[in-house]
Design a protein around this ligand. Structure first.
Ligand SMILES: Cc1cc2nc3c(=O)[nH]c(=O)nc-3n(C[C@H](O)[C@H](O)[C@H](O)COP(=O)(O)OP(=O)(O)OC[C@H]3O[C@@H](n4cnc5c(N)ncnc54)[C@H](O)[C@@H]3O)c2cc1C
Length: 189
């Protein structure tokens, strides 16, 4: 999507969603030269049009209270034998540090979303704390790259998941929806 990519880089990352860009960042931090190739004319993939919720047990954002064994018990029930146990364990063991590392390495900041786990009846479920999301982000920090971001066809207002589903719920309670605040955010990008 920019000039001809440098294909002699140490690492070629295909795509520009969360998975690809996190990999690119990790490779770059490890000292590799990295080229990201994206087949569309926009950066961000499905990730850029998603709700942005990140389900991460024992994350540093929501504070203490969660535990490895409870998280693994919940995931094991949910996976119902379809995901290898070592993969589940790796998610729980390494995921929180990846989220924390993204905050250390970038301007991205995470905030809690006060949602319960989707299956609160299952062993190991928690009433809140495992869902987090990016805080509002100042797009001007991206410089010229801001113009290349994929624009969402839905969920397009600069509102967090917490605001749109808990604090304001604009679809159901439009009177609580703070239109002036949203207008200010749109203008501030
Ligand atoms: C409306 C909506 C809301 C969602 N909300 C949530 C949520 O709140 N929480 C959650 O966990 N999940 C959510 N999801 C799902 C989540 O967005 C996806 O699972 C996630 O973004 C996938 O990330 P990814 O990095 O794997 O791929 P993507 O973000 O899709 O990125 C893949 C990229 O690779 C590019 N690409 C593909 N093939 C090639 C190729 N051959 N060459 C070059 N580039 C290529 C694509 O163009 C794209 O840019 C939501 C999805 C939608 C649609």
């Amino acid at each position: 999507m920019t000039s001809a990519p440098s294909l002699d880089a140490d690492v070629i990352v295909v795509g520009s969603g969360a998975g690809a860009l996190a990999a690119a960042l990790a490779a770059c931090d490890a000292g590799a030269t990295v080229t990201v190739v994206e087949r569309t004319d926009a950066v961000g993939g499905t990730t850029a049009v998603s709700g942005g919720g990140v389900w991460m047990p024992a994350n540093h954002v929501s504070g203490a209270g969660d535990g490895r064994e409870a998280a693994l018990a919940y995931m094991t029930h949910l996976a119902a034998g379809r995901t290898a146990a070592d993969l589940l364990a790796r998610y729980v063991d390494e995921g929180p540090a990846i989220v924390a590392g993204l905050e250390e390495r970038t301007k991205l900041r995470f905030r809690p979303v006060s949602w319960p786990d989707y299956h609160p009846e299952m062993d190991g479920a928690r009433p809140s704390g495992r869902m987090i999301e990016p805080a509002l982000f100042d797009a001007s920090l991206l410089g010229g790259w801001a113009a290349h971001l994929r624009r969402p066809p839905v969920l397009g207002l600069p509102m967090t998941l917490q605001e749109s589903t808990v604090d304001w719920t604009p679809s159901y309670t439009p009177r609580r929806y703070d239109a002036a605040e949203i207008k200010e955010r749109v203008q501030a990008r």
